[in-house]
Write a protein that binds this ligand. Structure first.
Ligand SMILES: Nc1ncnc2c1ncn2[C@@H]1O[C@H](COP(=O)(O)OP(=O)(O)O)[C@@H](O)[C@H]1O
Ligand SMILES: [Mg+2]
Length: 318
């Protein structure tokens, strides 16, 4: 196979890889990646989640930390070193597979530093190389990126087709966005297909149009005018976020569990002392559903435009 058709095949395999990125921690990257992937899997899409975090919060959100499938990043590290396809943990939820993160990813940074010295920025393509043979089995792939870790985020940006950026509305969140924009521009030198899918405002307690406008103008300043933007915001719901990490359940799973719990007076009568689940999970789950619809619509319309461009290209100049 020629290099050109090999590259084309690689690009096609990676066409629905979405990196969830922001250089700032605590802006919702892991929550958004886990909940979108979990909801899409629940709706029948084959999904893969890749965790590039040493802390592996995804293992908490999905409730598999310390279980047999949790390799703490060893599989991902091994694949990158050997150049062999990733081996995801299968069916962490029905239809949802996971490439685990964890402490073993510590060793990835020195490996990459040495490769960068020998091969320059092209070395970042390795994650796409080991992902492409596996990605063909999935309809959607989400990469949960770490905060403030240049090399691991650069690996994700070199593999992904799309960037989805959650942000909070505070100043710190907005600074993180500018850093991502710089890194995004650099990544496009080796991954010209990389695009911003959209920015989503996370954990917001306000419907204030002034605040939303402020964030929006920060996005446009960082990424240029007409930057895509999701209308859906993920509401601030601290108690349901705590339930999620404590129980290893996604918002829509908490929604079902909260609806099934006995009324508080019945729980009292039955002497049930377990803490009650917050009913706000239903609202959060609804936000993720709305975001999922927007994400899918954005992907489909971008793909349609691309097909039109291809057809026009094949037809040649009029
Ligand atoms: N809807 C929400 N409202 C408020 N806090 C939330 C919500 N969802 C998650 N959180 C909490 O916000 C914090 C940051 O979320 P996380 O997804 O881990 O961000 P990041 O991956 O960017 O560091 C976590 O403590 C998480 O439990
Ligand atoms: Mg995280």
């Amino acid at each position: 196979m020629s290099k050109r058709s090999r590259n084309r095949r690689r690009d096609d395999a990676l066409t629905r890889v979405i990196a969830v990125v922001n250089d700032k921690g605590g802006v919702g990257k892991t929550s958004v990646a886990a909940n979108l992937a979990g909801q899409f899997a629940g709706a029948g899409y084959r999904c893969l989640l890749i965790d590039l975090n040493r802390q592996a919060n995804l293992a908490d959100d999905l409730g598999f930390r310390g279980s047999d499938v949790d390799d703490r990043g060893a599989g991902l590290l091994g694949s990158v070193i050997a150049g062999t396809p990733l081996t995801p943990a299968v069916d962490v939820r029905p239809g949802l597979d996971v490439v685990c993160g964890g402490a073993r990813l510590e060793d990835l940074t020195p490996v990459m530093v040495s490769r960068l010295q020998h091969h320059g920025r092209e070395a970042f393509r390795v994650l796409g190389d080991v992902l492409a043979p596996v990605a063909v089995d999935y309809e959607l792939v989400f990469v949960d990126c770490p905060p403030e870790s240049t090399i691991l985020t650069d690996l994700a940006l070199a593999a992904a087709r799309w960037v989805l950026m959650p942000t909070r509305s505070d100043v710190g969140g907005l600074v993180g966005m500018t850093l991502v924009a710089d890194r995004f521009a650099l990544a496009r030198e080796i991954n010209a297909r990389l695009r911003l899918l959209g920015v989503v405002l996370f954990g917001t307690g306000t419907r204030s149009t002034a605040v939303h406008g402020e964030v929006r103008s920060a996005v446009e300043k960082a990424f240029g005018g007409n930057s895509p933007w999701f209308e859906t915001t993920i509401r601030h719901a601290e108690r349901s976020a705590q339930d999620a990490r404590r129980l290893g359940k996604l918002a829509h799973e908490l929604e079902i569990a909260a609806a099934a719990q006995p009324a508080w007076w019945e729980a009292l009568r039955m002497d049930i002392t377990a803490p009650r689940l917050s009913p706000t999970a239903a609202g959060v789950a609804g936000d993720y559903r709305a975001l999922g619809v927007e994400v899918l619509t954005a992907l489909q319309s971008a793909e349609e435009n691309e097909r039109d461009d291809d057809r026009r290209g094949a037809a040649g100049p009029a």
